[in-house]
Design a protein around this ligand. Structure first.
Ligand SMILES: [Mg+2]
Length: 260
């Protein structure tokens, strides 16, 4: 696909964060100008991340601070997609949420009932405040057979100097201790977040383009949802390692700045 064809057919760009629009909190090249041009062309921008350790409010603050957020831009996390899923499919359910205090607040504000004693189901988010007490409690609920949801599947989360354990690593621990794997994983590369986004924006998935640096999450997500996709080589993937994956993006660019 040419850049021109892609630009003409896409109304909404879904932007992965780390490795795509910024690296170590610094916008990649002329990213501010690129995004300004896309907005001027009438394209809607939604920052999309699997990382459920931060809330929408926290991401908005961060993106504003580094100059990437303008009025009209959206922010969507796997935690927000989980809330949307629960409200649609598990209305009124009492939830044991393993997540940060800020995330618990976000769930509560969205109308999800949190219950640490006798929940209907359990949700595992990226809890960077995880304690042994929480681990023990979730393990007990899982062994008693409560439905089990995870916000996203990433094994590791990139940092300035390598990576740190993410939800996928926690899932490996809970599988060892309880024999359970999640009944549902919400975030990229699965379909639920795409469906939730389409409902929230009113834009069909075929008119969305996912821009990201990871083949097995970003590009797989686009293909699973029937979206267009751009792989940028400004993060995790190189032209060489790209070949190790079965998915193919519509475009491969050094950075998103090369689209315009
Ligand atoms: Mg990334």
């Amino acid at each position: 696909m040419t850049k021109e064809t892609l630009l003409a057919s896409v109304r909404l760009f879904l932007l992965d964060l780390d490795g795509t629009v910024y690296l170590d909190d610094r916008p990649i090249g002329e990213m501010k100008r690129t995004l300004r041009k896309l907005r001027a062309m009438g394209k809607k921008l939604v920052y999309l991340t699997n990382n459920s350790s931060r809330t929408e409010r926290e991401y908005r603050r961060k993106l504003e601070r580094i100059g990437l957020l303008e009025e009209g831009d959206g922010v969507y996390t796997s935690a927000m997609a989980t809330v949307a899923y629960l409200k649609e499919h598990r209305k009124g359910a009492r939830v044991f949420l393993v997540g940060t205090d800020a995330l618990k607040e976000e769930f509560s504000e969205a109308g999800i009932l949190l219950d640490e004693e006798d929940p209907d189901l359990c949700v595992l988010a990226y809890d960077v405040e995880l304690t042994f007490g929480k681990i023990r409690k979730l393990d007990a609920f899982l062994r008693s057979g409560k439905p089990f949801f995870a916000t996203h599947p990433d094994n590791v989360c990139p940092t300035g100097d390598g990576s740190m354990p993410d939800v996928g690593s926690f899932l490996a621990m809970f599988e060892r201790s309880s024999g359970r794997t999640p009944d549902l994983v919400v975030g990229k590369p699965f379909r639920h977040m795409g469906d939730a986004l389409s409902r929230a924006t009113g834009i069909p998935k075929g008119e969305m383009c996912m821009v990201g640096d990871r083949m097995h999450t970003d590009i797989r997500f686009a293909n699973a949802n029937g979206m267009k996709s751009i792989l940028v080589l400004s993060g995790e993937t190189t032209e060489e390692t790209m070949k190790n994956f079965p998915d193919r993006p519509d475009l491969v660019l050094p950075t998103l700045n090369d689209l315009l």
